[in-house]
Design a protein. Structure first.
Length: 144
């Protein structure tokens, strides 16, 4: 953040979860809202009931991180329950189609494929371009 010009940048010792615990114990207001992303199987720790993120597929309010079920992709992204059901846990129609293939054909397709650039990429526009995911229209549904 400092390289972006912010002057008063501090590290919260113990992280957001410890900050929240201490603030509540001392009766102080918690300034962090929403869900804190964590780098383990939980993928998130709810701090407040606020949902400040959106499904990367349909744009509905959502803060559930998941990895694409297609092992050749494994993209970390935000997906609502409705899209999780309709895309079968995949990030795109292409990954859903690939997941339906026999295992040997899936392995053959992903041989040599580079996926590291897609992990932790928070830019929905870059994700859509790289994965050919259509942008939501004004009503929030994806153009097909």
């Amino acid at each position: 953040m400092r390289h972006q010009g912010f002057k008063n940048v501090y590290h919260v010792e113990g992280g957001i979860i410890e900050y929240t615990r201490q603030a509540k114990a001392q009766g102080l207001p918690v300034k962090f809202i929403g869900k804190n992303f964590v780098f383990d199987e939980r993928m998130g720790e709810r701090i407040t009931d606020d949902i400040i993120a959106h499904c990367h597929q349909c744009g509905e309010p959502c803060d559930t991180h998941t990895n694409c079920r297609n092992a050749g992709c494994h993209l970390l992204f935000i997906q609502c329950h409705s899209c999780q059901v309709s895309y079968q846990g995949c990030c795109s129609d292409a990954c859903q189609s690939e997941l339906a293939l026999p295992l040997e054909e899936q392995r053959e397709r992903r041989r040599g494929r580079e996926t590291s650039m897609k992990i932790f990429n928070k830019s929905r526009d870059r994700l859509r371009g790289a994965l050919h995911i259509p942008a939501p229209d004004e009503n929030g549904s994806s153009e097909q």
